[in-house]
Design a protein around this ligand. Structure first.
Ligand code: SAH
Ligand code: SF4
Ligand code: F3S
Length: 475
């Protein structure tokens, strides 16, 4: 069994500061964004600087995604672009890290000969040491240095107290790694390993660290974030008892703790799984006003037969019941969903059930993906990818259009209301952008000085994807 170790500060021998400039390119999901920040933080802590300019970097690291083939191909072509740069500057260190590195391992060296370093999904904290190893071996005259670190040995509870933070008002916070479910289409459990939740005290400490540095919005990340804590050891007699199984902490407990942090305005959650929706969690949601009333709760399909073949662990009926629990406590909750079209065996009727379910549940935000067989998954190895690409494309288009239509209805229902918008940035058209308490994207005119604050916005218009309005006051 794997254990969680807190990194010891004594163990990190500090090389001389100013050892170089690191440029990190991030593909994939929010967890990768968090991990990239974590990696940058590890380098900064050792005296390195980060740069946005690839051409100026001494080390270029790609943080990669394996979820669909397209993601991998795009990454490989980016990595390929560096071949020329490496020829001009042989001292450059090129590394591939994250999900694709974990899946392909040393095969990456064979596909891209100019890559020096491959590091898996639980090696992020070691990156500065691994880069130093490449450099040291080069300095010793080794001509073709290749360093691979792919062990899933965990090093999770990183002490980030002394890391500088210049990331603005929003920060991602990974509260658990890996996934214990086995959806048949999905590569994530293979590349990210089994679930490991961070100890609740550790998450709270990290959250405080960010808030002290000006963060107002925290997005808590986990593949099934509402299963947070299930893998932690139950507390002993005399230790604090939480509300989860045998006194373990659950996501509800974590939310209640974070709700108490002064200066933190918003808490966002990505991604929830229907199987772990409990009354306790829904109650915590109702109690904690800082948690956005928006939950990404992917259905994937509206056909029970396809859900079974996907091994999602629920039927449409069970999904409905879980949403009823949520709505009983938070009636105005908005939901988002991911959908896979063209899963093996999906008939026209199955697809029609997905459309009906999207409509019935009224998902405000929808992400649609064409099924892509991933080597190493059960669906790839055991099922025939029998839906022709043309049909996948058509179903994709249909669901996209329906998602927009339903999204418009949901967003439209907020028109005329006064909403609290946490301002997070500026859009290309110069308007400010942020999210309402229901997590809906909202654009409006205003001064950039409002970024990081919460303002009242009168909602005046809606599209299938967001809201527009005008400033009614700031708080
Ligand atoms: N843990 C999350 C999803 C992580 S992957 C959950 O369970 O909902 C993000 C999304 O990618 C999934 O929701 C799914 O819709 C999509 N996806 C994953 N594997 C896929 C595949 N092989 N083909 C197409 N889409 C896929
Ligand atoms: Fe993949 Fe399913 Fe785990 Fe989500 S819950 S990461 S889709 S295996
Ligand atoms: Fe991709 Fe890995 Fe995230 S496979 S979706 S980057 S967990």
């Amino acid at each position: 069994m794997s254990t969680i170790r807190t990194e010891s500060k004594e163990a990190s021998v500090e090389p001389a500061p100013g050892t170089g400039r690191v440029h990190v390119v991030t593909f994939g999901c929010q967890m990768n964004k968090y991990d990239s920040q974590l990696v940058e933080g590890r380098f900064k802590r050792k005296g390195w600087t980060t740069t946005d300019e690839l051409e100026q970097a001494d080390v270029v690291l790609f943080n990669t995604c394996s979820v669909r083939d397209h993601a991998e191909e795009r990454t490989m072509s980016w990595v390929g672009e560096l071949k020329r740069l490496k020829k001009e500057r042989p001292q450059l260190v090129v590394g591939v890290m994250g999900c694709m590195a974990q899946r392909m391992g040393e095969e990456i060296f064979a596909r891209a000969g100019h890559v020096d370093l491959v590091a898996g999904t639980r090696q992020f904290a070691q990156l500065p040491t691994l880069v130093e190893e490449v450099r040291r071996r080069r300095a010793q005259g080794e001509t073709k240095v290749r360093v691979a670190a792919l062990s899933m040995e965990d090093r999770l509870a990183l002490d980030r107290d002394d890391e500088p933070w210049d990331g603005g008002a929003h920060a991602y916070l990974t509260v658990m790694r890996g996934c214990d479910l086995n959806c048949t289409y999905c590569i994530v459990p293979t590349v990210r390993g089994r679930v490991l939740s961070y100890p609740i005290e550790h998450v709270v400490k990290e959250a405080r660290h960010y808030v002290e540095r000006g963060v107002k919005v925290l997005t808590l990340l986990g593949q099934t974030v509402n299963s947070f804590g299930e893998d932690l050891a139950a507390p002993g007699a005399g230790e604090r008892q939480w509300s989860g199984r045998q006194g373990r902490p659950g996501l509800g407990d974590l939310l209640r703790e974070l709700q108490e942090i002064d200066g933190l305005a918003r808490i966002r959650l990505i991604t929830l799984h229907p199987s772990y929706i409990t009354d306790n969690f829904a109650r915590a949601l109702a109690e904690c006003g800082k948690v956005e009333r928006f939950l990404p709760l992917p259905a994937q399909s509206g056909s029970d037969e396809i859900l079974r073949a996907m091994k999602r662990g629920y039927t449409t009926d069970l999904y409905r019941k879980r949403v009823e629990i949520l709505r009983a406590h938070v009636p105005d909750i908005e939901l988002g969903s991911d959908w896979i079209v063209g899963f093996p065996g999906e008939t026209v009727e199955d697809h029609a059930r997905s459309e009906a379910f999207l409509k019935e549940q009224g998902f405000a935000v929808n992400y649609i993906f064409k099924y892509d067989p991933r080597p190493g998954t059960k669906a790839h190895d055991g099922l025939v990818d029998d839906v022709p690409d043309e049909a996948k494309k058509e179903r994709n288009q249909r669901l996209l259009a329906l998602g927009e239509e339903v999204g418009l209805l949901r967003h439209g229902a907020h028109v005329g209301q006064l909403r609290r918008v946490l301002v997070e940035g500026v859009k290309e058209d110069g308007r400010l952008t942020g999210r309402t308490e229901h997590g809906l994207m909202t654009a409006f005119e205003g001064s950039e000085s409002l970024i990081g604050g919460e303002v009242a916005v009168k909602i005046e218009g809606a599209s299938g994807y967001g809201l527009g309005g005008s400033l009614a006051g700031s708080s």
